[in-house]
Design a protein around this ligand. Structure first.
Ligand SMILES: O=C(O)c1ccccc1NCC(=O)[C@H](O)[C@H](O)COP(=O)(O)O
Length: 210
């Protein structure tokens, strides 16, 4: 099995961006959702994109965004992909058409019933399975996980990835159970919400490739 791709989500500083690159992460997630403690401004995104150059892919993370936000973020962060939370298939298709970038869709999972919709899932280029969060909480970045064994029987409708509650301590087990081709982590490499840690980033990337 090839080593999984790794996305470190919610990068907001040059120091942690460099840590992700040094650890050979494949993608840095840039958060464009104001309520998130990881949100970046267009100016920060531009600075991070300038620093990164072509050394790491950049995925913009959005919750039900409008076209103005998407346009500003795509340009400032020189994004390679757009991750959409809580967006319909029709809107995903529209965003893909308008911006010409790969769309990463997020399927929120709490129980087996959430996987029943898989057969009808379309208009995406990668599907991220993430843990469903409580009502009124952020739709991601909460350190919550779901029962990974549910994915064993899943018929993935395309390229996919696993998110939700991953850390250096459990990522090898997550890969063993699911065979995930991409791993997405945020709070598991932080010391506090929004505060990424260079050592935790390195440890996560190392553990993910064991
Ligand atoms: O991380 C956030 O603050 C966030 C806010 C709103 C929507 C999505 C968000 N994160 C999306 C991600 O891709 C996270 O990496 C994913 O939810 C996993 O987070 P965690 O469980 O903390 O590793």
């Amino acid at each position: 099995m090839p080593a999984p791709l790794i996305k470190i989500c919610g990068i907001s500083t040059v120091e942690t961006l460099e840590a992700a690159i040094a650890a050979r992460a494949d993608f840095a997630g840039l958060m464009f959702y104001a309520p998130s403690p990881r949100v970046v401004s267009a100016e920060q995104a531009a600075r991070l994109a300038e620093q990164a150059g072509s050394r790491i892919g950049r995925v913009g993370v959005f919750v039900d965004p409008d076209d103005d936000l998407l346009g500003d973020a795509v340009a400032a962060g020189r994004l390679d992909a757009i991750q959409l939370h809580r967006v319909s298939a029709a809107r995903r298709a529209e965003v893909r058409q308008r911006f010409g970038l790969p769309i990463w869709a997020v399927l929120e999972v709490a129980g087996p019933g959430d996987l029943a919709a898989l057969g009808h899932y379309d208009s995406f280029d990668r599907l991220i399975y993430d843990a469903k969060t409580p009502r009124n909480a952020l739709p991601g970045g909460m350190g919550l996980s779901f029962d990974w064994t549910m994915l064993r029987a899943a018929r993935h409708p395309g390229p996919w990835g696993l998110a939700g509650g991953l850390s250096a301590a459990n990522v090898a087990e997550a890969v063993r159970i699911t065979g995930a081709p991409l791993l997405d982590v945020s709070s598991g490499v932080e010391t506090a919400p929004g505060v990424k840690d260079v050592d935790l980033i390195a440890a996560f990337c190392q553990a993910a490739r064991l």
